[in-house]
Design a protein around this ligand. Structure first.
Ligand SMILES: NC(=O)c1ccc[n+]([C@@H]2O[C@H](COP(=O)([O-])OP(=O)(O)OC[C@H]3O[C@@H](n4cnc5c(N)ncnc54)[C@H](O)[C@@H]3O)[C@@H](O)[C@H]2O)c1
Ligand SMILES: O=C(O)[C@H](O)COP(=O)(O)O
Length: 618
């Protein structure tokens, strides 16, 4: 067994090929590059949307809603709402692909009323993208792009439930944030802001603003990720002794920078300076509180360039008043902008208005990084910076393309074979493959099977983002089994079989010996083929529609049924006959371009040797 309802193969890292592209971000590490967004050769999958995202004006939700955006942008491009200031290079990239509406400082109500006209939304930390926004989007919003790292202002659970991809720009502002932390550290240690304010007030207070030195002091980095590591490098250059706490950071990375990873309590109790660089999560919320301040060295200095919410601000105020914390330098606040904050006005606090990412270079980099990710996602690519969907490398996508089509069709076929009234509870997918299980990424094809099964019988729109969630919500258990096939490992799958158990079938011949509805397919010459129905082998290309017909195995059946279809203007695209024993039962799988009308289907049913038949739309 591979897995049940959870990804069977999760790639911990992806290895994207290098492409020459005018939009390649120079802010990415040199070993990391992004695929071209506009090259016709880039594999495109509508993994994200089932309906064509570009034909937004066809959406029934929209036709009845007269909107400003739709009347302004009455063309077939997607619409992207940018709700906070974004760098020009990113905006230019977006505008070359989409209608771009830059509306800054929207109220929550205004955001909700605009959002149903938008395919993508790009935000920074100032826009709250909560459940109401996804509800108001009425299914049109496909991507939320966070132009920065922290995604604590986006309700990821709601995004996933609504099938909306969330992408961020995790690399372009790292240096800016680290530099700001160092700027705050030095400014705080030497009272730069306070002394400057005093001089501007006409004073010359040399004795009042005696600072503390940094060299030889211990700096504890709390959260040793991208920003934390860069702060560590710079602090070591200042001659500081740097320790770090991060439950998930690899020790070898810390060692390479000359930083010791230690426990939370050890870090906060030994440090002279503490710099915060962990994300805001339920675990880190208010992790700096009365109890933790009481464990700190008296006179400690704190820098927060991460998120305001990791500190209990009332507790920090008390610690500053009591002198446990000598000084704090804060770039981020629980509420932004902070209202009547005693902290901001405290004489031992240096405050900046969330400026960590605000350098020209970082903002241009972030804008390009997020624009590339959003445009790519709207074009159906899987993003390397997806926050709520598995990352799939372009080369993996490329080879999975025909299997994506195959599995959606197998799912659609299988569900149409279920007799009305049967509740589908469990689906098993059997992959025959010559590949090592670790080289078999089934997340995308599994999502397409869920889509094929659920979409025809519900109003859910399924994509890679929400497939597992919706399957679970509908009580559908998807299990996966991998069977070794003695075939070429060059192809990811030899065959894929979809089995639905504990249901009745409207076409009894689709039941396997184990009484499950069973359909199997393969990719042949790049196109999906149906190769088995129940225990009957067939071979028919999965395009158009399909008639499955079981008859007595006798001469003339193909001509007879084909004749009925031809006489009634139904074009047969493929036909295949499979039987178990000569002269007993056989099934015909007939591909048809048009849907036969009822009287034509009745004529097929009236053929004496035909025992059962079913029409299936693909
Ligand atoms: N002020 C700004 O403008 C600004 C700019 C950039 C980043 N940030 C914020 O800084 C934070 C870090 O950004 P990053 O790019 O380094 O992210 P990152 O994901 O690279 O690093 C975060 C690190 O925190 C660690 N972590 C998670 N939980 C922890 C815990 N309980 N205790 C200690 N460590 C924990 C993670 O393992 C990870 O290594 C984010 O919250 C981000 O939003 C702020
Ligand atoms: O998480 C981040 O990337 C920073 O906090 C930057 O936020 P901003 O985009 O609002 O400046």
């Amino acid at each position: 067994m591979i897995a049940s309802t959870v990804p069977s193969s999760s790639k911990s890292s992806i290895n994207l090929p290098t492409y020459a592209t005018p939009f390649k971000s120079s802010f990415l590490p040199s070993s990391f590059s992004v695929p071209p967004r506009f090259s016709p050769s880039t594999p495109r999958f509508q993994y994200l949307t089932i309906t064509n995202v570009l034909k937004t004006e066809d959406s029934p939700n929209l036709s009845s809603t007269a909107s400003n955006l739709d009347s302004i942008f009455s063309n077939s491009k997607p619409t992207i709402l940018v709700s906070e200031k974004l760098g020009d290079a990113g905006l230019d990239l977006l505008k070359s692909f989409a209608n771009v509406d830059c509306s800054y400082n929207l109220s929550p109500d205004d955001l909700c009323s605009k959002i149903s006209m938008c395919d993508a939304l790009i935000v920074r930390s100032g826009t709250k993208v909560n459940r109401q926004v996804f509800e108001a989007a009425k299914g049109r919003l496909k991507v939320v792009g966070r132009a920065g790292v922290g995604i604590d202002n986006v309700d990821l659970q709601a995004a996933t439930e609504f099938g909306c991809l969330v992408v961020n720009a995790p690399t372009a502002n790292t240096i800016a944030a680290a530099e700001h932390a160092i700027a705050l550290l030095s400014a705080m240690a030497r009272n730069v802001a306070q002394a400057d304010a005093s001089m501007k007030a006409g004073k010359w207070q040399r004795n009042k603003y005696v600072g503390v030195s940094m060299v030889g002091k211990t700096l504890a980095i709390m959260g040793f990720g991208k920003v934390g590591s860069e702060v560590a490098r710079r602090a070591k250059g200042l001659g500081m002794h740097v320790v770090a706490h991060d439950p998930y950071a690899p020790a070898d990375r810390a060692r390479a920078i000359g930083v010791e990873l230690i426990s939370f309590d050890q870090a906060i109790s030994t440090a002279d300076f503490i710099s915060l660089h962990m994300p805001l999560t339920p675990t880190t919320s208010k992790v700096f509180n009365d109890e933790t301040f009481s464990k700190m060295k008296k006179g400690v200095r704190i820098i927060n360039v991460a998120r305001g919410g990791v500190i209990d601000e009332d507790a920090l105020l008390k610690a500053l008043d009591s002198g446990v914390v000598a000084q704090a330098a804060l770039d981020v606040f629980t509420e932004e902008p902070p209202k009547d904050s005693k902290l901001v006005h405290h004489e031992n606090v240096t405050a900046t208005p969330h400026l960590g990412a605000s350098t020209k270079e970082a903002q241009e980099g972030v804008a390009v990084e997020i624009a590339e990710a959003v445009v790519g996602a709207l074009q159906g690519e899987l993003s390397a910076t997806a926050v709520n969907a598995p990352m799939v490398a372009p080369e993996v996508l490329s080879e999975l393309a025909p299997y994506v089509a195959l599995t959606e069709k197998l799912g659609r076929l299988a569900v149409q074979l279920v007799a009305g009234g049967s509740g589908i509870k469990s689906v098993k997918v059997v992959y025959r493959s010559a590949r090592d299980p670790d080289d078999l990424d089934t997340r995308l094809v599994r999502a397409m099977i869920v889509k094929g099964i659920i979409e025809p019988i519900s109003d859910s729109i399924i994509n890679l983002v929400n497939a597992d969630f919706i399957a679970k919500q509908k009580g559908l258990q998807i299990s996966e089994e991998r069977v070794f096939a003695n075939s070429s490992p060059g192809c990811p799958f030899d065959s894929i079989q979809v089995q639905i158990s504990n249901v009745k079938s409207k076409f009894a011949s689709a039941l396997s010996d184990n009484d499950e509805i069973s359909v199997e397919g393969r990719v042949k010459y790049g196109t999906p083929h149906l190769t088995r129905v129940g225990s009957f082998g067939v071979d028919v290309s999965l395009e158009g529609n399909l008639i499955l017909c079981r008859q007595v195995d006798q001469p003339g059946m193909i001509g007879m049924v084909g004749g009925i279809l031809g006489m009634n203007n139904v074009n047969v695209s493929f036909m295949s006959v499979g039987r178990t024993v000569r002269g007993k039962k056989a099934i015909m799988a007939i591909g048809v371009d048009e849907e036969p009308d009822k009287s034509t289907l009745k004529k097929i049913g009236d053929v004496a040797a035909v025992e059962e038949f079913v029409f299936l739309g693909l």
